[in-house]
Design a binder for this molecule. Sequence first.
Ligand code: TXA
Ligand code: MG
Length: 322
Amino acid sequence: MQENFKMAKIGTDILEAARLLRSGETVAVPTETVYGLAANALDEAAVLKIFKAKNRPTFDPLIVHSASLDHAKPYIKFIPDQAKILAEAIWPGPLTLLLEKKGIPDLVTSGLPKVGIRVPNHPLTLSLLGMLDFPLAAPSANPFGYVSPTTAEHVQVQLGTRIPYILDGGASTIGLESTIVGFEDGKPTIYRLGGKKTEEIERLIGPVQLKLNTSSNPTAPGMLKTHYAPSVQLRIGDIPQLLSENKGKRVGVISFQLRYDHPRPDQQILSPSGDLDEAARHLFGALRQMDSRGYELIITEKFPDTGLGKAINDRLTRASIR
Ligand code: TXA
Ligand code: MG
């Protein structure tokens, strides 16, 4: 366990962040999806610090962040036409492309021939990336297997004693990790549902296949069945029915837009107006909050299976399996 730092400083000083990253340290950085724990992707010793701080097994590859498609090109062997269309239309944005790597250490990709690469859409992190002459490896800034952080405070609570600096860019505006797209024999494939809607990707390049945790031995654990999980048990279903089945238990409720009464539980409503984008933005914060209140059970429901609702349902399902 790394306990080298008293408590991470939180601030908006990108010069300090750049100085630390150049000296081989880790820094938590804001993105529009979730906060990442960043280090120089070309420096194995620095990258190893990410794995240690997160307690992350080295068989789980990291996503590499670049300032632009042009900045990413030196690290990619070639870009399929459909990948280029997606990158040009969506970057900076919540899309990770799996592409044949060049010059990226095996530690970053867990020995896989492809690297997950994306250009994040956050002004602070984009300025930071623009100042550096190396890309940043950055997984979500949470302990392995736990819910991703969407504020600097979330990072501070869990990793504060293990890292020197948290760049504070406010609350993540999307709140779900990036959508991961790769190509199998030229066929576009979504491996992780995320902040870029499937419908928008298909509008750009036509039909894509879905391959989400299809085997017990996935190529990468972001696709593991159990992941993104709070420490307390979570059940998905008809909220009034689950409430009556669990009378006498201390429960918290996370609902899409309705308030449930009789009995009136402690409840987080993710979007009273029924907006799935807003619900996505609030999901991880609500899970964390409910998880911190000492309940025996968190009860939630299936969200509409459209737009970001698909990724919300994916995260809730993974959070419910144990
Ligand atoms: O939105 C995001 O993607 C955030 C922000 C910080 O960019 N990052 C993120 O990283 O969610 P992480 O490490 O929590 O999830 C990365 C996942 C891995 O678990 C794996 O499933 C997949 O991305 N991945 C990364 N590189 C891969 C590769 N070379 N081959 C296959 N899958 C890969
Ligand atoms: Mg993660």
